[in-house]
Design a protein. Structure first.
Length: 309
């Protein structure tokens, strides 16, 4: 049975996208306005194709349904996680995501807890993370009066930082940012503000003010990242986050690393090259370590982002 599933990314053009996915990872992108690389996904809006082994040419969604033994017999009816890389060549819309209960009732989707690892960004880059409203009434008033500078909260960012964006958090990536996003397998987003810009058809993109107000956490709550670091010889595993939806780690591999696992893993190669379970890997690769593995080993000099349930 197959130990690793390598995935062919799916790319999405966006009004705010650019060409860093090509420049940084050498991907073949559809245009210079490519905003998203859906790197590991079985979602209907971007269902990745497997590139290797007996399942080559099959969609991940199909293999997830037909071979639960590869995914630790996960009880989720749909593949539960989604890994993206986002190129914010311009500001994304100010937005908020619902939790599972609200999303399933209103959109027949999962909710969308997500998190960001900052791969690269401009020296003066910021992101929108949270808001200043102290009550729902103040939130509604500031939105209705278009007082966005009073409402939204901007924070400075730098490469290597990690942020958790739980449901209910008003947020947006801003210009000059390249991030890896780990999230629930959902495409449900409620736009609060989009800078009054127009798309290629000269139309403003739709907003979802009423839903956004309903799901926004008031007052905003920061989430403090408490990193856990484990050394394995010269290599280092940094655990950024453990939540009911996902765990996210960064593996800095120096020469080699070996460790036990108890579920399937989603792996993205941010830098370097080497081997994983004797399969060659390089910067820009994305793959699933199936749950038939009890132990994994990796060789080379690599930076990996690793997520799991």
């Amino acid at each position: 049975m197959q130990k690793l599933l390598f995935l062919q990314p799916v790319f999405h053009e966006k009004i705010w996208g650019g060409k860093k996915l090509k420049d940084h990872f050498n991907y073949s992108i559809p245009s210079d306005h490519t905003g998203e690389c859906w790197a590991i996904s079985a979602h209907q809006n971007g269902d990745c194709v497997i590139k290797n082994g007996a399942f080559k040419g099959e969609h991940l969604s199909k293999i997830y349904q037909k071979h639960p033994e590869l995914f630790n017999h996960c009880k989720s009816p749909r593949f539960p996680l989604l890994t993206k890389i986002l190129d914010a060549n311009n500001d994304l819309s100010v937005q908020v995501h619902p939790d599972d209960n609200y999303a399933l009732e209103h959109d027949n989707e999962f909710g969308k807890n997500e998190c960001w690892y900052i791969i690269d960004c401009d020296t003066d880059a910021t992101m929108i993370y949270g808001h200043h409203a102290k009550s729902k009434e103040e939130l509604v008033q500031l939105i209705e009066e278009n007082k966005w500078n009073h409402l939204i909260r901007q924070v400075k960012i730098k490469p290597g930082e990690f942020y958790y964006v739980p449901t209910g958090t008003i947020h947006a990536l801003c210009k000059g940012t390249l991030v890896l996003e780990t999230q629930q397998a959902s495409d449900t987003t409620y736009r609060v503000y989009d800078y009054d810009r127009k798309d290629q058809h000269h139309q403003k993109r739709p907003l979802h003010i009423d839903k956004a107000i309903e799901v926004t956490t008031v007052p905003h709550k920061d989430f403090l990242i408490q990193k856990e670091v484990r050394m394995i010889k010269d290599s280092m595993i940094t655990t950024f986050l453990k939540t009911p939806n996902f765990t996210v780690q960064k593996w800095d591999v120096k020469n080699e690393i070996k460790c036990e696992i108890d579920t399937f893993l989603l792996v993205s190669v941010l830098n370097g090259n080497g081997k994983f379970l004797d399969e060659p890997i390089q910067k820009g690769d994305h793959f699933i370590v199936t749950s038939i593995n009890n132990e994994v080993f990796c060789q080379g000099n690599l930076e990996l982002l690793v997520s799991s349930l």
